[in-house]
Ligand binder design. Structure first.
Ligand code: GLN
Length: 553
């Protein structure tokens, strides 16, 4: 049962999804952390997938890989970025994990022949996981975001688990409901009824929210606050307005204007502590977000960018944030343009459009669609000396491009595109082959943190200022060792390798032939944080700023 003294805050959504519950949770974590508390952020995803690795990114957005290698929901990325620290895998819970463990235990006679049921066994396994997460890093407060919206069948068990924890330790458990208040254009007035209904629905689970965070296009006025307070038994100052704003990084500062952390701490019988230091750094960062001195134009070339009329930038949220952090730290604002590589293939866009950009990024990806277009874009960036940053697939394709057009291996490719090709410059690792043959896709990738040795005198070494780094991975294929010598002979530099020298982690071109051409097998974007931007993104942004100042480009 709940560890006495540890505080649990459950964040539950009402009315509808997609209103920023993840950012709200991360921001609550941030303001409590700024009070000197060690805060734990936990994400609950009620789906039956055991992790987020096998899900289609178009449907689910980015799979955020933790240090441990667990593939999780993109909210975990926001949590790490707001808290400024890495989170352990215990902080991510799906129904799939919970059911898998209970069923496995049952198969191993772990329940002594009892009838195994949702209540109590699934519920108690959920509580177990919350407690385990709370205990793991010496934190004092856990903020647990329950995915989905109240009323969904599939998150009910998690709310029930929280109710049991509250019944046992009423002083230590608190509820925050994040709702949406529409302003229907024809009516022109903010409506509270959906929120009232959502609160009543939560009440029907035996749970009364302590705070309401009202997301809306506009600020909640005192009339709406009073109405929600009066109709739903909530203190008026516990109804917090969270209007749409320009940057998600403003949210913690806005919460503090309403004294949210003070009110939460009071309710949890915790003292308000020294706040200033942590928030000052955050405020400085937010100032830079709002007052850039220049702009850099960055093209992101890849696929997966659109579904119907919408650009699916969620798939690359960590890349977007990483380039922002580095640019802002240099006083610049990045203007990102999404270019679908298929447009280069079909001729809809000429490659020369890339010339007007200050930098080109090719992010990670899978499959065969749009690959030729990406390779041509990389060639263009290389030959025209446009700063280039390749991430994972963006590194593999940069190596293929170099092999084809500089080394002269015309049919160089990756096993992912053509398993029967003669020159597999990018190939599968031996130990992964068998898993793929058995169609055992979940967990077949190189995932999570691995060390890389950085070669002195390279762009990568200059950026990192270190000989050894740790970076997160998510890929199946590697640079084929058989081709390394030929690539190096023709000028490609592998400036980062696994410590045993077998796996190529970073490929780059010497500064004398290209202002900035760096590509990584790992995903540096997963470790970029607002207050500690990633050095490789910063080096890329610096080079882009330089280019932006040359009008002759
Ligand atoms: N598809 C490539 C691989 O599996 C790259 C993966 C990625 O970009 N995340 O190795």
């Amino acid at each position: 049962m709940a560890k006495k003294g540890h505080k649990y805050i459950f964040v539950i959504g009402g009315v509808m999804s997609g209103v920023g519950k993840g950012v709200t949770t991360a921001s609550i974590g941030k303001v409590l952390q700024a009070n000197g508390y060690k805060v734990n952020l936990v994400k609950v995803d009620p789906y039956l997938n055991v992790d987020a690795g096998t899900m289609n990114p178009i449907e689910h957005g980015e799979a955020f890989v933790l240090r441990s290698g667990l593939e999780t929901d993109q909210d975990m990325g926001n949590y790490e970025r707001f808290l400024g620290r890495d989170l352990p895998e215990e902080n991510y819970v799906t129904s799939g994990m919970v059911y898998r463990d209970v069923i496995e235990r049952e198969r191993n006679l772990g329940y002594d022949g009892k009838c195994v049921e949702a209540i109590p066994h699934i519920r108690d396994e959920i509580i177990n996981r919350f407690e385990k997460a709370a205990a793991i890093n010496g934190s004092q407060i856990s903020v647990i975001e329950v995915g989905g919206t109240v009323g969904d069948f599939q998150n009910a068990m998690f709310i029930e688990a929280s109710r049991v924890m509250k019944a046992k330790y009423p002083e230590d458990v608190l509820y925050i409901m994040v709702t949406y208040l529409p302003v229907p254009p024809k009516i022109g007035e903010m409506k509270t009824k959906p929120t009232q209904n959502a609160i009543r629905q939560l009440n029907s689970y035996g749970v009364q929210p302590d705070f309401i965070i009202g997301r809306s296009e506009e600020v909640l006025d005192s009339r709406r606050k009073d109405k929600i307070a009066q109709q739903c038994n909530i203190k008026p100052n516990h109804v917090i307005s969270a209007p749409d704003i320009e940057s998600i990084y403003d949210v913690p500062l806005n919460f503090e204007r309403d004294n949210l952390s003070g009110l939460i701490l009071e309710q949890l019988h915790l003292r308000k502590k020294h706040k200033k230091v942590a928030m000052t750094l955050w405020e400085d960062f937010v100032k830079k977000v709002h007052n850039p001195k220049k702009e850099i134009n960055i093209a992101i070339v890849g696929k997966y960018f659109s579904s119907g009329d919408f650009v699916l930038s969620d798939v690359y949220i960590s890349v977007i944030e990483a380039i922002k952090f580095s640019s802002f730290s240099l006083g610049a604002k990045p203007k990102l343009t999404w270019i679908s590589s298929q447009d280069f293939e079909s001729g809809k866009l000429p490659l020369s459009t890339l010339k007007k950009y200050d930098g080109v990024i090719v992010p990670g990806g899978f499959g065969t669609t749009g690959i030729d277009g990406i390779i041509r874009a990389i060639q263009y960036a290389r030959e025209n000396k446009i700063p280039y940053l390749g991430l994972c697939y963006g590194m593999q394709l940069a190596v293929i491009e170099y092999a084809r057009n500089v080394v002269g291996i015309k049919d160089a490719t990756t096993r992912e595109m053509d398993p029967d090709a003669e020159n597999l410059v990018i190939d599968i690792m031996e130990d992964q082959k068998k898993k793929l043959e058995e169609r055992n896709y979940g967990g077949t990738m190189r995932l999570g943190v691995y060390p890389a040795e950085i070669t002195k005198g390279t762009l990568a070494h200059k950026a990192y200022g270190e000989d050894m780094v740790e970076e997160r991975h998510r890929h199946r294929y590697e640079v084929n060792p058989q081709y390394i010598e030929r690539l190096e002979e023709k000028g490609m530099v592998f400036s980062g390798t696994s410590p045993d020298g077998t796996l190529m982690e970073i490929a780059e071109l010497p500064a004398k032939v290209h202002p900035f051409f760096v590509a990584t097998q790992f995903h540096p974007e997963l470790q970029a944080k607002p207050l500690t931007p990633h050095p490789l993104f910063t080096a890329f942004a610096k080079s882009a700023i330089k280019r932006s100042m040359h009008s002759s480009k």
